[in-house]
Design a protein around this ligand. Structure first.
Ligand code: ZN
Length: 427
């Protein structure tokens, strides 16, 4: 390969070991025994604990001759406080040879932080990305982490990040390091059969945006060349991430609407779980951009929205829903950076759909049709935001520089305001 000036010529690919399929969660005790571990901590949240799956997994690990203890107080949408509580529980009851996370992104992210702080010195903020935290890198290897997603979509089982709200600074931030990636992902589609339609719709939009954003991400070879120490897990669109993203979009085209409207269709659930896994393998290496950056303030500044299918005790805009609400307009904005990729994505997501006269409208139209069919709210206006909120939302989006750096076009404050304004009502 010819080295051209100072452009990047290298990309990286990482993924956990994977065990996929109905019944795969019955084998975790055996899988742990192959690591030679004696004591493991199983981490979940109260909602997932109520399904009985975490207890079943804990019992099964115990039956394999490994001492397993269940911690069921991970917080949905973890905060620094909730993570510190989990870390203290783990440090007090340790040492642990391995961790098992059962749940959505919240439980898996909490387990990543617990694993980091049970194997490394210091406190949570030492490792949170600067400038919110001190951005330190771990000095020791982490223990094995088995991630068992019970919500299809988050992709946390494949990625190297954990996301949390830092309460004092009122900001969402994260910890990002290759060592945080789970050792083994166990994806058992049976665990998602009871997921309500609203949750399937929102988390499915998250899967879809993971695939679309990594497929349209800034190409790895358009960045300046990095030194080995500077390499980051999210290196931009590359041939291997592309392959997973494309396949994820095809799977979604065949199963998304069915899994929302017929939640008991096991085949559709399995295809969605595969799509989530594939999308995770793509975006876990390429990265995501504008829709995810916008999602942070859209979810974080919610006032009084209560989505169907979710616990009613606090207002929330679920992550996948928040991501999807500005996606049509974000992809209208990024179109000019790679028109052929946007057209190809629309064709993968809606095979046989007629091309509009202006190809710029193709992908936004396909997305809006899908969102309408699966009852996603009609824009950020439908979850409580108006014109007067746009500046405030832009301020929040601009804090997500790590994500915006992956966008295929530079998005200024004015560009973002335009995307958000045009997303107040989508159809
Ligand atoms: Zn996401």
């Amino acid at each position: 390969m010819v080295q051209s000036g100072s452009s990047e010529t290298v990309f990286t690919y990482g993924a956990p070991q994977l065990k996929f399929g109905s019944g795969s969660s019955d084998e975790i005790g055996f899988d742990l025994s192959t690591y030679g571990v004696r004591r493991v901590l199983v981490i979940t949240d109260p909602g997932v604990a109520a399904t009985g799956h975490p207890q079943r997994i804990t019992d099964q690990v115990n039956a394999a001759g490994i001492e397993a203890v269940l911690f069921d107080r991970a917080h949905v949408e973890p905060t620094d406080e909730s993570m510190v509580e989990a870390v203290e529980f783990a440090r007090d009851g340790g040492p642990w040879d391995a961790f098992v996370a059962v749940g959505g992104g919240s439980a898996i992210d909490t387990a990543k932080a617990v694993n980091l702080l049970c194997t490394n010195p210091g406190d949570l903020l030492d490792y949170v990305n600067a400038p919110v935290g001190r951005g330190r890198a771990p000095v020791n290897r982490l223990a094995p982490l088995v991630a068992v997603p019970t919500t299809t979509g988050t992709g946390s089982e494949s990625t190297t990040v954990c996301v949390l709200d830092v309460l004092e600074q009122q900001v969402k931030s994260g910890i990002s390091h290759p060592l945080l990636r789970p050792t083994l992902a166990v994806v058992d589609p049976r665990l998602t059969l009871s997921q309500p339609a609203g949750v399937t719709a929102a988390s499915g939009m998250d899967i879809l945006c993971h695939a679309l954003e990594s497929w349209t991400a800034r190409p790895f070879d358009s960045y300046a060349r990095k030194t080995p120490e500077q390499r980051v897990p999210y290196c931009g669109a590359n041939p291997i991430a592309d392959m997973w993203s494309e396949k994820a979009m095809s799977l979604l085209a065949g199963s998304f609407r069915t899994s929302v409207h017929h939640g008991d269709d096991e085949h559709a659930r399995e295809q969605m779980a595969l799509a989530a896994t594939f999308a995770g393998m793509g975006f876990g290496n390429a990265g995501v951009h504008i829709p995810h950056a916008n999602a942070y303030p859209i979810a974080g500044r919610v006032r009084d929205f209560h989505p169907a299918g979710y616990p009613d005790d606090e207002p929330m805009v679920p992550h996948g829903m928040a991501v999807s609400l500005t996606a049509p307009e974000a992809f209208r904005f990024t179109f000019e950076a790679a028109p052929e990729r946007h057209v190809r994505a629309a064709e993968l997501l809606a095979p046989g759909a007629e091309r509009p006269d202006d190809l710029r409208d193709f992908l936004p139209g396909v997305l809006a049709d899908l969102m309408r069919d699966i009852d996603i709210p009609n824009g950020i206006g439908a979850v409580g935001y108006a014109e007067a909120d746009v500046d405030d939302l832009v301020t929040g989006t601009l804090q997500q520089q790590r994500l915006l750096a992956t966008a295929p076009r530079e998005a200024s404050a004015d560009d973002l305001a335009g995307i958000l304004r045009r997303s107040i009502e989508l159809w």
